[in-house]
Design a protein around this ligand. Structure first.
Ligand SMILES: [Zn+2]
Length: 273
């Protein structure tokens, strides 16, 4: 899934590679996908975007937004935009956008994903508004006090994973990036939020910011691919690729379990339940 470090990387790459390019055509649903979501009027994509020039791209939480003069396309969750050069367009895709020069990008959906065409000034889609209006975890507005206020009730029963990665409490944080964040913070994803001390809350905040910064600086996680199909440079400590290997901090074995609709990886030596 596209999470903050990947959406930031892909948005930067799209901005640099596509700015000023003019759209020739847009194709939707070449390969039907049950969980590929578009705006209501699919026929509008090509009609509205043909002839328009890309003004830029940016990241909104876990989403990537591609801007034109009045319209925008945005991609979220498992909708991965991927560049192709002239003559190299892939055969299978859920969206393909071709530029006048003959290059372009395709979008393929893993699990589920959203590729919406909206007006830039009036987009009211709730998912988009949340990403736009809540502070980005890497910006100054995301202070410790703000982070602490996201869990206001001292007795609200939820796990650390639920707190960090549901309800879009923190746009761009999902089951992917939280693994290493929690390893650095010393908390198991299943840990009960009611037991988290003030010191642990501070550690969690610091781990969240530091880990996300490191992931962004390296161009995303090595378990994901960027706009040009390259793996990110951040080597995840906890991922399917390190399962069963030794924890670099304590020498314990990295394990996994299914938890709340996704696989979580953990080190029981470093993370308390
Ligand atoms: Zn460990």
């Amino acid at each position: 899934m596209l999470e903050l470090p990947e959406s930031r990387t892909v948005a930067r790459q799209m901005h640099e590679a596509l700015k000023g390019k003019r759209v020739k055509n847009v194709v939707l649903e070449q390969t039907p996908h049950r969980f590929a979501f578009y705006s209501e009027q699919k026929e509008r994509y090509a009609a509205r975007l043909a002839g328009q020039a890309v003004e830029g791209a940016c990241q909104r939480g876990g989403m990537v937004e591609l801007d034109f003069a009045e319209d925008m396309l945005y991609f979220s969750d498992g909708a991965y935009p991927r560049y192709f050069s002239v003559g190299k367009a892939p055969k299978k895709h859920q969206l393909l956008l071709e530029f006048e020069e003959g290059d372009g990008f395709s979008v393929s959906v893993q699990m589920y994903g959203c590729m919406r065409l909206e007006r830039r000034d009036v987009c009211a889609h709730a998912y988009y508004r949340a990403a736009l209006e809540k502070p980005d975890p890497l910006e100054d507005g995301f202070s410790y006090e703000y982070f602490r206020s996201l869990y206001p009730e001292a007795d609200a029963k939820m796990s650390v994973k639920t707190f960090l990665a549901t309800e879009q409490r923190i746009p761009g944080i999902g089951n992917g990036v939280l693994q290493d964040i929690l390893w650095h913070a010393g908390l198991d994803p299943r840990c009960d939020m009611r037991s988290v001390t003030d010191a642990e809350f501070h550690a969690l905040y610091d781990a969240l910011r530091k880990t996300l910064r490191a992931m962004c600086a390296a161009g995303g996680r090595n378990t994901e691919r960027d706009f040009f199909g390259e793996r990110g440079g951040y080597a995840c400590v906890l991922s399917r690729e390190t399962l069963g290997t030794l924890c670099p901090k304590c020498g314990g074995t990295i394990e996994k379990t299914a938890y709340m609709g996704g696989t979580v990886y953990f080190c029981s030596g470093c993370e308390r339940r």
